[in-house]
Ligand binder design. Structure first.
Ligand code: ATP
Ligand code: MG
Length: 377
């Protein structure tokens, strides 16, 4: 299980810049007596990192939706909110988790006990990853009307989340901050390139550090996820020809995934490989899975997959995966939602020629069998 503190720690470890966003957030709270602030941006633009850093700095209440880990339901949000409010402000009724009433109810009760000048801020990441709400309700049953002194700071991918809200409301689109973002990206790269292994790589090439920063920044199009993957590729490639690596860089995150997809041998127009199936099982799973379940799913829906082979692939692809080692055996899920979206693109699924119809049901069956009987590895 991934705790909010772990997300905050990993996402803010090398955090740089974004002061213009934090200032906009502060101003919104200063100038309005309540309201919704939504931070929008492309996949990998850095929304989760900004929200994590905001929570770290302000100590506000925080919640992260993680679809790939199945942590994206209203119940999960309401329980988390209730726990955090209880820990911070003392006991109060948690409310029933299946209705929107409980969120408003909890907030009203807490708000009433706080000094007027103290804002009650709830930060929620990745509204676009939250499960669909029933009928006309807001995602996660977020209240449409807020009491005085209550603020929601939300993040979402652009144009994805219908939110019905009355009262003060502001959208901040990260794309409107292109120049500032490029400056932050440069700073981030400068920091990273002064790390030992990367600094040596640059020193051993005939390139200046500035030239490397320029090229990576330009090809990333200001996307932090792109840099995350590319820097891992750099560190992991011994005897790399940096000049060549930089000249062959794909432009932007989508093309990065496409290039990787090809280098995994998946773009060939032939029968789907076990590799493709392993990725698609991870893609379809709504909860992290151990290697042996993945190999059983692949075996049931297509062809024989040996658990050792699956385990090896999971290690090869570790930059794309989140490994939860708190359980034995470790469980894997896709690290970033944008890779899952890439895999779900129609042309990519069609090219891989995988039929995903039975994958989810098979995963559910196997997990169920494992729960009720002893069908472990
Ligand atoms: N300002 C920053 N400084 C340093 N690293 C950052 C910064 N912003 C983002 N990152 C890193 O870049 C990666 C991608 O960022 P993040 O996960 O926040 O993107 P996102 O916009 O939330 O993407 P998605 O829409 O897919 O959820 C993460 O590994 C994150 O830690
Ligand atoms: Mg995110």
């Amino acid at each position: 299980m991934i705790a909010a503190e772990d997300i905050i720690e990993t996402k803010t470890a090398d955090f740089v810049g974004r002061d213009y966003i934090f200032t906009a957030m502060e101003k919104f709270i200063e100038h309005h007596d309540r309201g919704f602030l939504i931070l929008e941006g492309d996949p990998g633009a850095g929304k989760t990192a900004i929200l994590a850093e905001y929570i770290r700095r302000t100590h506000c209440i925080g919640h992260f939706n993680l679809r790939a880990q199945g942590l994206n339901t209203a119940g999960h949000f309401i329980r988390g909110l209730s726990q955090q409010l209880t820990a911070r402000y003392g006991a109060h009724p948690a409310g029933s988790t299946d209705s929107g009433e409980s969120v408003s109810h909890m907030l009203r009760e807490i708000r009433a006990g706080l000094p007027d000048e103290l804002p009650l801020v709830i930060a929620v990441d990745a509204l676009d990853e939250a499960e669909a709400a029933p009928l006309a309700a807001n995602p996660l049953y977020l209240p449409g009307v807020l009491d005085k002194g209550v603020y929601f700071v939300l993040t979402t991918r652009r144009n994805t989340t219908p939110l019905r809200a009355d009262g003060p409301f502001q959208r901040i689109d990260l794309r409107d901050f292109h120049d500032q973002t490029m400056e932050d990206v440069r700073r981030h790269l400068e920091n990273k390139l002064s790390d030992e292994a990367l600094a040596r790589l640059v020193d051993d090439s005939h390139l200046s550090r500035d030239a490397v920063v320029d090229r990576l920044g330009e090809m990333s199009e200001g996307n932090f996820m792109y840099l995350y993957y590319t820097l891992i590729d750099l560190v992991r490639s011994p005897n790399l020809d940096l000049d060549r690596f930089l000249s062959e860089l794909p432009q932007g995150l989508e093309n990065y995934y496409a290039a990787h997809w090809e280098s995994m041998g998946m773009a060939a127009a032939e029968a789907p490989t076990v590799n493709a199936w392993i990725l698609y099982v991870l893609c379809e799973a709504e909860t992290p899975l151990p290697a042996w379940i993945i190999s059983r799913v692949v075996t049931r829906v297509t062809t024989q997959a040996d658990p050792t082979f699956v385990q090896r692939r999971l290690i090869d692809w570790r930059q794309f995966l989140h490994a939860d080692g708190s359980t034995s055996p470790a469980k894997y899920s896709l690290y970033h939602a944008s890779f899952r979206d890439f895999l779900h693109r129609h042309d990519i699924v069609a090219n891989a020629a995988v039929d995903l119809t039975n994958v989810r049901a098979t995963i559910a069956d196997l997990l169920w069998e494992h729960m009720i009987g002893d069908n472990g590895p």
